[in-house]
Design a protein. Structure first.
Lengths: 269, 264
């Protein structure tokens, strides 16, 4: 074998291959796989071709030899957007993991999300699903770690970035972005003087993985490398280092010197 | 445009009860007794002087997300919580994204979930807009949700202009689809078909509730407060409501199949 091992990209893989990569070798078993053809009926009605897994893969297996479940969204299908089926897969897996934890057979749970947020073609169903996902993450987190991996081309935005922020540990790659409102949406809602969505350096400075790690919003910063991400996930379960709590602060938030922070970011305050 | 409804309903319901201190001016909270039940009422309102300019019209921004979280987690022992919802959006700005708006909104969602799961019944009354992340942060985690029946109420995930941009669809097509497919509709009656709304109120003046309007809503709230189990329900339980059996059949089927296949 060559001494020079090239990094294997995680971001270039699809959702199924990402889930497979995070589980122990040969342990991958998909639930409600594509052959069950559980696809969104709402997309076809709106002239969009659906996908037979709805852009969301749930897989059981083991991580570090322990029972595990990985849920991965497919950023290449409609921006990884979450509708009724994908949302129910994520929430349902979290609910079952909570049931397992209550029964004393804990399941290591990883959300490998790559998503622009709630699917606009199923908006109301998506927001209800995200409400359930948020509740299920917090409920599971009361009993065990809930680990998020944000290492795709899209990153996480919208309702799913709110959900992800509830996880106990977040592994983020330098190439991923984490924000609530995407650049296109900010520009449309508030004008180009507020955000120029073509200003890529600004967007990465403001929402890039490195920035989020430095802000303390992620527990690990990784390269786009399957082995590095696998190792970070294992580490997250073996040596849990919980994110700083989302504990509410008295107003004004003493942690935030807004003017200094914005100046450092090169943003007019 | 700034909305006046959140403040109007907050003031009418709390009847001048003393405000909780230590919150941003855009987050109102007061402890009261409603028909013998202790309840903390919380609203997000416009603040023309807010330090984040894009959060001045009643949107849920950085200070509002953490502020609501603070108000919720400070709820007195055994008190219920009532969220008055009139939130036109989540502050869409570069400053917000830099500071990390997703965490501010997560903080308030987290506070509501922990309060509800910790035994505080949580109720919400939608009196105005209930938009996207702002609604996720303030209202949607309630066990019981009431709403006014009024065209001024909008529930949606993204404005039509932004949807058009993201999906590259024509505005006219988006409007047409919203009238044909309830999942993409923006009115409260369509949203209610999915089983998340427990009660819809027809009021005379949603901007400035009359005594009659107020009495009807307060009587219904008192009824819901008498049954704390309603306010303690998890959002998952919405799937079992009569309407959801059909409208969310796929979400139910996914749960069943996941459970069947979970342990091979």
């Amino acid at each position: 074998m060559s001494a020079l091992l090239l990094a294997e990209s995680f971001a270039e893989r699809g959702a199924r291959e990402r889930a497979r990569a995070l589980l122990d070798a040969q342990s991958f078993r998909e639930l409600i796989g594509p052959f069950e053809r559980l696809a969104s009926p709402y997309l076809a009605a709106q002239g969009v071709v659906p996908q037979s897994d709805d852009g969301c893969v749930v897989a059981r297996g083991t991580i570090g030899g322990k029972r595990a479940c990985v849920v991965a969204t497919d950023g290449r299908f409609l921006g990884g957007s979450v509708g009724e089926i994908g949302g129910a897969k994520i929430a349902g897996a979290l609910e079952l993991a909570r049931r397992d934890a209550e029964r004393g057979t804990p399941t290591r749970t990883v959300l490998a999300l790559d998503t622009g947020g709630i699917r606009l073609q199923e908006a109301n169903l998506g927001i209800l699903a995200v409400t359930e996902i948020c509740d299920a993450i917090v409920a599971l987190r009361m009993l065990q770690p809930v680990v998020a991996v944000i290492a795709g081309r899209v990153g996480v935005y919208g309702g799913l970035s709110l959900s992800t922020a509830l996880c106990s540990q977040i592994i983020v790659s330098e190439g991923a972005r984490v924000g609530l409102n995407g650049p296109d949406v900010v520009e449309t809602e508030s004008g180009i003087e507020e955000m120029d969505s073509s200003d890529r350096p600004l967007i990465w400075r403001v929402t890039g993985g490195r920035m989020r790690f430095e802000q303390g919003f992620a527990t690990a910063l990784v390269a786009d490398d399957v082995e590095a991400i696998r190792a970070a996930v294992q580490h997250a379960f073996e040596a849990p280092r919980e994110l700083g709590p989302l504990e509410p602060q008295a107003f004004p938030d003493p942690r935030l010197d807004l003017d200094t922070f914005l100046r450092a970011m090169g943003i007019e305050s | 445009m700034s909305s006046v409804r959140g403040r109007a309903w907050f003031e009418r319901i709390t009847g001048g009860a003393e405000l909780v201190t230590g919150l941003p001016p855009s987050v109102l909270a007061a402890d009261m007794t409603l028909d013998g039940h202790a309840v903390r009422v919380i609203a997000v309102v416009p603040d023309a002087n807010a330090r984040f300019p894009l959060a001045r019209k009643g949107d849920v921004g950085i200070d509002e997300g953490f502020g609501v979280a603070h108000a919720v987690s400070g709820t007195p022992l055994k008190s219920a919580i009532l969220a008055i919802v009139d939130v036109p959006g989540q502050a869409f700005g570069t400053r917000e994204e830099a500071v990390g708006l997703q965490r501010a909104l997560a903080a308030s969602a987290n506070a509501y979930i922990r309060a509800r799961r910790g035994g505080h019944p949580v109720y919400a009354l939608v009196v105005g807009k209930a938009i996207s992340g702002a609604f996720l942060a303030h209202g949607l985690q309630a066990g019981w949700i009431g709403a006014l029946d009024d065209p001024g109420i909008e529930v949606h995930v993204m404005s039509e202009a932004a949807v058009a941009r993201v999906t590259r669809m024509e505005r006219a097509d988006i409007t047409r689809l919203a009238s044909e497919i309830p999942a993409t509709a923006r009115d409260i009656r369509s949203f209610a078909t999915f089983g998340a709304i427990d009660r819809i109120f027809e009021v005379g003046n949603p901007d400035a509730p009359s005594d009659v309007d107020l009495e009807m809503v307060v009587r219904a709230l008192a009824g819901a407060l008498r049954t704390p189990e309603l306010g303690l329900r998890n959002p998952r339980e919405r799937l079992d409501r009569p309407g959801a059996l059909q409208t969310r059949a796929l979400a139910r089927r996914v749960r069943e199949e996941l459970q069947a296949q979970w342990d091979a």
